[in-house]
Design a protein around this ligand. Structure first.
Ligand SMILES: NC(=O)c1ccc[n+]([C@@H]2O[C@H](COP(=O)([O-])OP(=O)(O)OC[C@H]3O[C@@H](n4cnc5c(N)ncnc54)[C@H](O)[C@@H]3O)[C@@H](O)[C@H]2O)c1
Length: 459
């Protein structure tokens, strides 16, 4: 088996994860591909991290392009042939995922692709592009079957020790008692405090490319919803036949108005010119901007019966610790974001389980990884074996020093499973998640086109 690995896209995420995994476990990373624009930063990051340097190749296309040019394609294909390459990791911005997926699968490579599987510029204004997310799934699934290769998605919550614990607990109740999940609620708050100018100019997790929260980290929570919802199909009479979703969004303009209402008297940050409210005309100059927050009400039916209802609340605009004006100085992602994650699952009158993951910022602590996960279980123990009430706590520090967080540990497990080609996150297992993802993105496009954000599909 060829065990050489190519990493395509060596930005913040790949540097914090895949390069660290290679450093620690000496995986056979042969080649890193990025764009010429990033040559200096990527070369430095690789030299600073790895003793045995892989080859580096910088493509001629601009960042986030949609097509590999012929010269790069020929070079990469020849490299694969001559260097025992078996695996590719795709960690570019979502806009470039599809072109590398098509290329890698067509020459028989197994792929681990970062979420979301595919993404398109200005998708927030286009129902047709939103639907393409689902047709991309079908196309990629077909070509993987034809080429007999595997495609996996880095959906780390499926490997996260806390969510694995909850998954096993719910599965056991469903299998033992035949009761299905009737409600799933998920809240995620990133605690991002960007100025409006940063929202519209930022290049990492860009909003000016016409997509927002849903395509940034939304897929994790859509997948969590569907991963659990799929457990219901362990009961033989349940087969989902219809899915509907209603979505609403908080836009950059809504945030601009919200910040305008805040008293600036004592708030140094909001007084700074970077944080000054923009005239809506400036914001309107952008043809299409990604949403800041996204909310959805979801229903899955089997024939005439509603099996599971639920909600997603995915916010960037939630309490943050940002205090510095300089974006880099306050290192937004790591130091000033406050992350919160809540999950609640109800199995009718018999069982309920919830996860609350609240970032625990001590007064002096600036560590983003300081999470506590508390799992709470209620059982109707006349019918279900076990205690009526139970609380199980998980602390992130148990993930191990060099992994620092359960999420990182989970990404490593997903990556290791990928190398053994036994991932529980293979493309086929994402069918329901990608259908829902595409449906909600369609609703966002509808909202931006001044229609009602509701859609329904047959499964
Ligand atoms: N699993 C997770 O929890 C998680 C967390 C963060 C990001 N991600 C995902 O990882 C991916 C990368 O995110 P990031 O935060 O590192 O973004 P980033 O912008 O920091 O890095 C992307 C890298 O890809 C390169 N790139 C862009 N277009 C390219 C092209 N056509 N060819 C070659 N290289 C190209 C860029 O130059 C950059 O170095 C995204 O898909 C994102 O959704 C996943």
């Amino acid at each position: 088996m060829k065990n050489g690995i190519i990493l395509i896209g060596c930005g913040v995420h790949a540097q914090n994860n895949y390069l660290q995994f290679v450093k620690k476990y000496r995986y056979n990373l042969k080649l890193i591909v990025d764009t010429h624009e990033q040559e200096h930063d990527v070369t430095k990051a690789v030299k600073d991290t790895l003793k045995n340097l892989p080859d580096l190749y910088f493509v001629d296309v601009p960042k986030n392009s949609l097509k590999i040019n012929k010269k790069d394609c020929n070079w990469l294909t020849a490299y694969v042939k001559n260097n025992d390459i078996g695996y590719v990791i795709i960690s570019t911005d979502p806009l470039s995922h599809k072109m590398y997926l098509d290329w890698a699968i067509s020459i028989g490579l197994n792929v681990l692709c970062e979420k979301p599987l595919t993404g398109y510029k200005n998708i927030n204004n286009s129902i047709a592009l939103a639907k393409k997310l689902n047709s991309d799934f079908k196309h990629l699934d077909k070509i993987c079957d034809n080429k007999k290769v595997k495609l996996f998605i880095q959906a780390q919550r499926r490997y996260h020790p806390v969510y694995e614990f909850v998954y096993s607990a719910v599965k056991e109740v469903i299998l033992n008692y035949g009761i299905t999940i009737n409600y799933i609620g998920i809240f995620s708050g990133n605690g991002i405090f960007n100025s409006i100018s940063e929202y519209i100019t930022k290049e990492s997790h860009p909003h000016n490319k016409g997509y927002g929260k849903l395509l940034h980290s939304g897929y994790h929570f859509i997948d969590l919803f569907c991963w659990f919802a799929n457990l219901n199909t362990l009961v033989s009479r349940v087969k989902y036949t219809e899915m509907s979703a209603f979505a609403s969004i908080y836009s950059i303009k809504d945030l601009n108005s919200q910040l305008k209402r805040v008293s600036k008297k004592n708030n140094l940050l909001l007084k700074d010119s970077l944080f000054k409210n923009l005239d809506n005309k400036v914001i309107d100059k952008f043809e299409c901007l990604g949403e800041v927050d996204m909310h959805a009400q979801i229903e899955l039916k089997s024939g005439e019966s509603t099996i599971v209802d639920g909600q997603l609340a995915l916010l960037q605009n939630s309490a943050s610790k940002r205090s510095a004006v300089d974006y880099n100085a306050c290192n937004l992602k790591n130091l000033s974001a406050i992350r919160k994650e809540l999950l609640i699952i109800e199995l009718g009158p018999l069982y309920s389980i919830s996860v609350s993951a609240l970032q625990n910022h001590g007064v002096d602590s600036l560590k983003s990884c300081d999470y506590n996960y508390i799992v709470t279980i209620h059982r109707n123990n006349t019918y279900i074996k076990g205690k009526a009430y139970e609380e199980v706590c998980f602390h992130n520090s148990s993930a191990g020093k060099d992994l620092k967080s359960f999420n990182k540990q989970a990404r490593l497990k997903c990556f290791q499973d990928f190398l053994e080609l036994k991932s529980k996150s293979d493309l086929k297992s994402h069918k329901l998640s990608i259908s829902l993802f595409s449906l909600i993105q369609e609703n966002i496009a509808k909202i931006n086109l001044h229609k009602v954000g509701f859609s329904k599909i047959k499964l």
